[in-house]
Design a binder for this molecule. Structure first.
Ligand code: SOE
Length: 380
């Protein structure tokens, strides 16, 4: 008989849906030591909350997150609310001594993130931040190839994270659906929302970033603010590009925008080392490109690895070879690693401290763009 783990989820938006699905499916596909119990879901919009709870099978509801966090029948609190609420919810959850799973990014800024990290570490309970793209099988395979030394010393990291949903000036800002466009709620624009993924991936692969030099742009200066029904200044960064020096001597380039017409959610990386390279594009997420410089010259070339064999990361838990997985599964893979880590008493990656390292880079990127100079990254 498996031990039960009572989950309380806060937030019924896009990420609340992705995480609910993960709690629902985890035990069907992964043999982990805990049975997920979808005990309680919380959102301030009661009508939306009731429909959400019924659809996903949450046992009970709360409209006040403080009440849910304090409940004795909740072991794990999962936070899927906008970024400006992360700090207060995390502080209360840490104080209540619960396990914490938090949707990225960690916080509005590193100052908040550092306080949150200290609080969860003091509480001593398992904690993780959902940077789900680490759990795409092709990305996890790239990590294995790099860790096995197959591409050797790394010289270059090249990342892009491109979307196009703000291309029209008629897209408003703020409100339930577009809070990511309002800096008071999101903290920043593409830097915290999209480049945080790229920074997390890069540092997971090749280690800490030492310094950055960035530029940002806000192309459309005013948009209608939902709720205010009038045009207001746009306060987020619409686009950001930065250069990075890694502590190990490698060089990095990172670019992100929501103005790349035709790109819905393109997240790419290429890593070049002395013995080979790996490259990935989320638009063809089951493929990893690998170049082995040690191959005989006559047949040397990029090979495309279809990462849907049972030997590839996570794939033995899913379908027969050739039947792929996607966005929903990467969240389930993430949860599987977190829960089996809890079972084995192992650290989850990324935990709050790892996410704080990413937050320090985001903060330095924004201040480099503002001050027009290279910034050194603080140690988490
Ligand atoms: C924004 O559009 C967004 O939903 C991000 O917030 C997610 O982190 C990213 O994975 C997809 O795009």
């Amino acid at each position: 008989m498996k031990k039960e783990l009572n989950v309380g989820l806060i937030g019924c938006g896009f990420m609340g849906k992705a995480h609910s699905n993960a709690y629902l499916k985890l035990n069907k596909f992964f043999d982990v030591g805990y049975e997920m119990v979808m005990k309680c879901v919380c959102d301030s919009n009661e009508e939306k909350l009731k429909a959400f709870a019924a659809n996903w099978g949450w046992e009970s509801t709360e409209t006040d997150w403080r009440k849910m966090v304090a409940r004795d029948d909740i072991d794990l609190v999962d936070i899927c609310t906008p970024n400006n609420t992360h700090h207060d919810i995390v502080m209360a959850t840490a104080k209540a001594g619960k396990i914490i799973a938090l949707e990225k990014p960690l916080a509005m800024n590193a100052e908040e993130g550092a306080a949150m990290t200290e609080a969860v570490e003091k509480a001593g309970k398992p904690n993780m931040v959902w940077f789900n793209y680490r759990r795409v099988p092709a990305a996890a395979l790239a990590k294995q190839i790099i860790d096995d030394g197959k591409i050797g010393r790394v010289f270059h990291y090249r990342a892009k994270y491109l979307q196009d949903y703000t291309i029209s000036p008629d897209v408003p800002q703020g409100g339930d659906a577009l809070w990511r466009l309002d800096a008071k709620v999101a903290g920043s624009g593409v830097t915290g929302d999209l480049l945080a993924h790229s920074i997390d991936m890069a540092t997971w692969f090749i280690g800490p970033i030492a310094s950055v030099c960035a530029m940002t742009e806000t192309f459309i200066k005013e948009r209608v603010m939902q709720g205010e029904d009038k045009k207001m200044p746009v306060t987020i960064d619409d686009a950001c590009a930065f250069l990075a020096r890694f502590e190990n001597g490698a060089l990095g380039t990172f670019e992100s925008t929501r103005y790349a017409c035709g790109r819905k959610n393109q997240n790419t990386f290429e890593v070049n080392g002395e013995k080979g390279s790996v490259a990935f594009d989320l638009e063809t997420a089951h493929e990893l490109e690998y170049f082995d410089h040690g191959d005989p010259v006559s047949v040397r070339g990029w090979r495309t690895i279809q990462t849907w064999d049972s030997k590839h990361p996570y794939m033995k838990n899913w379908w027969v070879p050739g039947c792929g997985i996607g966005y929903e599964h990467w969240h389930i893979n993430t949860l599987a690693d977190f829960i089996s880590g809890i079972e084995k008493g192992e650290k989850m990656c990324p935990d709050f401290r790892d996410a704080l390292a990413t937050q320090y880079v985001c903060d330095a990127v924004l201040s480099s763009a503002k001050n027009n100079k290279w910034e050194t990254i603080k140690k988490p």
